[in-house]
Design a protein around this ligand. Structure first.
Ligand SMILES: Nc1ncnc2c1ncn2[C@@H]1O[C@H](COP(=O)(O)OP(=O)(O)OP(=O)(O)O)[C@@H](O)[C@H]1O
Ligand SMILES: [Mg+2]
Length: 500
């Protein structure tokens, strides 16, 4: 099932609301129940107390009526006795219904029995009528007095036991209240934990995909079109990730198509350009007949332009081969010192022409590197060519070679840790030219990128040199990086792993 982000947030919020409701309902219902029970207990206790007192008053009134009957021999007191006895019976009945505790009920029953005996003795004595009944009543009077005392004592006992029971029930209620309080605290704690978990789950389902997409965007911007976003969720982020991955695949296809096209075009251009170079050379050397000064001048320009075209086409071809991993790189033991010295011979006329001084510092015990000589020469030529190109007449360049413990690239982006104890030869080409502006530094290794024309005007070249150099150095397991400022000029460094 597809659970969207709003649905996830809705479910999360509902869970939190549900937990809060559970805590509230539990607390409110427990408080209500406890209140009801304690109110019931207090009411019952009060009623039982008043009914007990009433029983005691009634039995005393019966005793008084009995005494007055004996003393005054007035039949009216017989009636008062009977009325009190009837009310006593009714009160006792309502007390029986009110009492729920077995021990109190037992005492009430005992009281009822004593009352029954008292009533029986009275009725029995009075049944004869006339003076005889008064006399018999007088004779049982001590017995009746004792019975009344026992009834009063029995009611007192019932009230006492009832009071004790009520106290016991109230302390039980207190324990229940404390337990309910603990349960409410535990449920509240659980709710907080669940709430926090829901928060983390939701924020993770949102922030993690954003981080992954951000990383993937960075990879794609670096040209790694086949970088996949590993999100397989069924929500909006999953859909976005699938579209992103499809876009990456499409970009890769287009990039391959473009590389193939460039490779094909440059390949096809190479042969006619070589033919043109040969033809110009034949014409210039007057093999096909004599030429005049004007023709020689034009042929010179033509020759220069054809050379430039051939260089450009070769660079294009190299780059597309490097991108496709099809440029043959033959790694053999190589003396970097030799490559540098050959290059120095090559650039001597250029240095003289621009009155640029070259400072060379080569470490005396430079180890051999494992590299393709032609490709290393290509990198070095481009770096030296750039240094001369972007340094005004009378400037200075330097070429340094020494040993380094790691691949280098201290500026962070190019930095990668070295493997074990692998040593590297580090070559530095520097100049005190115009430098590279901060906002252009990140594009310098991009294909076709040429910084905005500085003091030296529009630079000659195609902007492919550094892009090719970077790929060549990395294909050897080395690194290339630079530092540059307008005041100090530019320092390009590259490393190559030494032979073990
Ligand atoms: N030493 C340097 N000083 C100042 N800017 C430089 C230096 N080296 C390179 N750059 C800048 O970097 C850009 C790219 O250099 P890159 O070598 O790739 O291309 P290019 O020299 O212009 O052309 P190509 O090398 O293909 O003939 C240059 O156009 C220049 O703006
Ligand atoms: Mg260049």
């Amino acid at each position: 099932m597809r659970i969207t982000i709003p649905k996830k947030m809705l479910i999360g919020s509902f869970m939190i609301i549900f937990m809060v409701l559970v805590v509230s309902v539990f607390s409110v219902s427990t408080i209500y129940q406890l209140n009801r029970i304690s109110e019931g207990l207090v009411f019952r206790n009060d009623t039982i107390k008043s009914q007990g007192k009433k029983l005691q008053e009634l039995v005393l009134s019966m005793q008084e009526s009995e005494k007055k009957l004996v003393l005054l021999k007035d039949e009216e007191y017989h009636q008062v006795f009977t009325d009190s006895a009837e009310e006593f019976g009714m009160t006792l009945g309502s007390l029986r219904r009110l009492v729920t505790d077995a021990d109190v009920a037992e005492i009430i029953e005992k009281t009822g029995g004593l009352f029954g005996t008292y009533q029986y003795i009275f009725r029995n004595a009075i049944s004869e009528g006339g003076d005889e009944s008064i006399r018999r009543l007088e004779s049982v009077s001590p017995l009746n007095e004792d019975l009344v005392d026992r009834i009063i004592a029995s009611v007192d006992e019932a009230l006492l036991v009832n009071e004790k029971n009520i106290h016991a029930s109230l302390s039980q209620l207190e324990t229940k209240g404390a337990t309910a309080e603990k349960i409410a605290v535990v449920i509240s704690g659980l709710s907080i934990v669940i709430g926090v978990l829901i928060y983390f789950y939701l924020s993770r389902t949102i922030t993690r995909p954003i981080q992954l997409l951000d990383r993937a965007t960075h990879h794609v911007s670096e040209g790694e079109f086949d970088h996949q976003v590993p999100i397989d969720s069924q929500d909006e982020f999953g859909a976005l990730a699938r579209s992103f991955n499809e876009m990456g695949a499409r970009l890769k296809e287009l990039d391959e198509l473009k590389s193939d096209f460039i490779s094909l075009v440059s390949h096809e251009l190479r042969t006619p350009l070589s033919v043109m170079r040969e033809a110009v050379s034949l014409l210039k050397d007057e093999i096909l007949g004599k030429i005049g000064e004007k023709q020689r001048e034009f042929l010179g320009i033509l020759s220069q332009e054809v050379e430039r075209m051939i260089l450009f086409v070769n660079e294009l071809l190299d780059l597309s081969r490097l991108e496709a991993g099809r440029l043959p790189i033959e790694k053999l033991p190589l003396d970097v010192k030799e490559v540098i010295e050959k290059n120095l011979t090559k650039i001597k006329p250029l240095l003289l022409e621009k009155r640029i001084e070259a400072e060379v510092a080569l470490s005396p015990h430079l180890p051999l590197v494992l590299a393709d000589g032609i490709r290393v020469d290509q990198v070095l030529t481009n770096l030296i060519d750039n240094a001369i190109k972007f340094t005004p007449s009378g400037g200075k360049i330097c070429i340094i070679a020494d040993v380094s413990d790691g691949r280098g690239g201290e500026d962070g982006r190019q930095a990668k840790s070295s493997k074990g104890n692998q040593k590297y030869v580090r070559v530095t080409v520097c100049d005190n030219g115009e430098g590279i502006k901060d906002d252009e530094k990140r594009y310098i290794f991009d294909k076709f990128y040429q910084a905005r024309a500085g003091k030296s005007g529009k630079a000659k070249g195609s902007g492919l040199g550094l892009s090719i150099s970077k790929r060549i150095v990395e294909a050897h397991g080395g690194n290339i990086w630079f530092t540059s400022s307008p005041d100090e000029g530019t320092f390009f460094h590259f490393t190559l792993p030494t032979q073990k």
